[in-house]
Write a protein that binds this ligand. Structure first.
Ligand code: G4P
Length: 529
């Protein structure tokens, strides 16, 4: 198959949801359709169970699972599907944000009973900012939940989406009879049998036909006719262009656990979801069909064995073919590197591959050359944009608890930050180091890993910071900026990229500072150019 055809048949996406909405279950059913796994229960949940904060074995176990499930690839109807795993646990939200830079589209899973939950709001906001095409899957229709129209309203309101239902439920919970598929114009009756791979599908071209009444009963048939009338009256008709531009989001209903509504989702997905998309670099827009290889690191995973400190860097291929044993330019280090055993991912297995195409993810063994966001090319100077840091939620000073091991400590901190475990800030005033994280769990992970992988000991000290803001002065030389730096020195720090950051100690002081220095912009993410 030619290069262009290989690209056209790839779909790389992520499934995002609040924990427990059914992401793992849906992933598993998709893999079953692709024949990538043979039985349910084969995909391990990548969840950090509640109460795991002090259980380090659990953390290690989870790290193992998350390597295995980082990329799940399979073929369906000659389409190569790459699912990128996104941790649902909120302490790992940063990891999910980064993974979203490597997907071409997402499926958002929502629990019909719980509706739109906090984590979903945050993740969808990031997708909207990047105009990532979104499909919504409303799950667990076999249970009692919210009214379908109320839920669609809630999705529009809380997630800021413009929905276009492509399927609609008939009843719910105990009375769940099935789904009318507006996309294919057919009816799927719910049998509640999860072992069925394909449900019974009945073509219904005319909803007013007697056949519908015979199949689901008069009440349900009338209700469905009314519902579909309403759906067609109030929601915009689906069109692929608006979906691809991130302006319209198709919605499907189903029950992942019962394997119901999943085939419809998958069939529609492979038809409408985008092939690998062009990506903006600082220098220019790079198109997947370009002959020369480019790609970027969006995730780094440390080796599970502490005696071997090599890591696996996950590269998304943006353009050209990535070939084994070929020297590529590591742009940040200005150094040529060759990879003898690039890993591709198939379902849950890793395999060495000779050639990979745009849309694919390869895992490269790394001994410390890579940082998140690094670009590889055939020689051109390209720096991919779009792996921003967001303001952490927690801040603590990190202290060296074993003076004889300070070299190990700093090396460990450096490498863990490159992996994206947390963010490091160095205070301007005294050079003290502050670790910022999204969740408290990361502090324990860092302490544990510093000790077990680097032989270093650390302690923490609380620091009261409300938000980290990246500073963007209108003019670096003006009087106002000089005064700001002088007056606020105590609150200023540099991030790992040497960008200036203001650590505001309260919402009030941030507001006052913003008012006092109007020519300075305060950004909540490191990427604002
Ligand atoms: P997550 O990855 O989004 O966190 O969710 P996961 O798939 O692990 O699903 C969370 C729980 O919801 C699981 O139950 C799962 O079986 C259940 N679930 C998923 N889809 C459906 C559905 O369509 N209908 C119903 N009724 N339940 C569904 P659990 O008891 O937490 O775990 P398990 O012991 O079943 O694995």
């Amino acid at each position: 198959m030619g290069f262009i055809k290989e690209i056209a048949r790839r779909r790389t996406f992520g499934i995002v949801s609040h924990p427990d909405a059914g992401k793992t279950t849906l992933t598993e059913k998709l893999l079953l359709f692709g024949g990538a796994i043979q039985e349910a229960g084969a995909v391990k949940s990548n969840k950090i169970k509640k109460g795991a904060t002090s259980d380090f074995m659990e953390i290690e176990r989870q790290r193992g699972i998350s390597v295995a499930t980082s990329v799940l690839a399979f073929e369906y109807n000659n389409i190569k599907i790459n699912i990128l795993d996104t941790p649902g646990h909120k302490d790992f939200a940063e990891d999910t944000f980064r993974t979203l830079t490597a997907v071409d589209s997402v499926i958002v899973v929502i629990d019909v009973a719980k509706g739109v939950e906090e984590q979903t709001e945050k993740l969808v906001e990031v997708c909207r900012m990047r105009s990532i095409p979104i499909i919504v899957f409303i799950n667990k229709l076999d249970r009692e939940g919210k009214d379908a129209f109320d839920l669609l309203d809630e999705i529009e309101l809380k997630l800021g989406l413009k929905v276009s239902p492509l399927s609609f439920p008939i009843g719910m919970g105990y009375d769940f009879k099935g789904i009318y598929n507006l996309w294919e114009k057919n009816l799927n009756l719910f049998t509640g049998d999860p072992r069925k791979d394909i449900e019974e599908t009945i073509e219904i071209s005319d909803l007013n036909s007697e056949e519908l009444t015979t199949l689901i009963g008069e009440d349900a048939a009338n209700q469905l006719r009314e519902d579909i009338d309403l759906v067609e009256g109030i929601y915009p008709e689906f069109n692929t262009k608006d979906y691809l531009e991130g302006n319209l989001q198709p919605v499907f209903f189903g029950s992942a656990l019962n394997n119901f509504g999943v085939r419809e989702l998958l069939d529609c997905f492979i038809e409408i979801a985008p092939k690998p998309r062009p990506k903006q670099s600082e220098e220019r827009l790079v198109h997947p069909n370009e002959q020369k290889f480019t790609g970027f690191v969006f995730k780094i995973h440390a080796n599970m064995d502490p005696n071997h400190r090599d890591r696996l860097a996950f590269i998304k291929i943006v353009s050209g073919e990535f070939k084994r044993n070929t020297p590529y330019l590591h742009v940040r280090l200005n150094k040529k590197l060759k990879f003898s055993s690039p890993n591709a991912f198939f379902a849950e297995k890793k395999q060495i591959v000779d050639v990979s195409y745009p849309g694919d993810i390869v895992g490269l063994h790394d001994t410390g050359n890579f940082k998140i966001g690094d670009t590889l090319t055939e020689g051109e100077i390209i720096n991919y944009k779009g792996i921003p840091s967001f303001s952490p939620e927690h801040f603590r000073y990190i202290n060296n608890a074993d003076p004889l091991k300070s070299k190990q400590l700093y090396k460990g901190i450096d490498q863990l930050m490159d992996e994206g475990v947390a963010q490091l800030f160095t205070l301007d005033l005294n050079g003290r180091k502050v670790i910022g994280t999204v969740g408290a769990l990361q502090y324990e992970v860092i302490q544990y890993r510093l000790e077990h992988e680097y032989g270093a000991k650390c302690s923490y000290e609380n620091l009261s910071v409300h938000k980290a803001c990246w500073i963007d002065p209108e003019d670096e030389k003006n009087e106002e900026f000089e005064e700001f730096k002088r007056v606020k020195q105590r609150y200023l720090a540099k991030d790992k990229q040497e960008q200036l950051v203001f650590l505001a100690d309260s919402a009030f002081s941030l507001q006052m500072t913003q008012q006092k220095y109007p020519s300075i912009k305060f950004h909540f993410s490191s990427e604002f150019n």
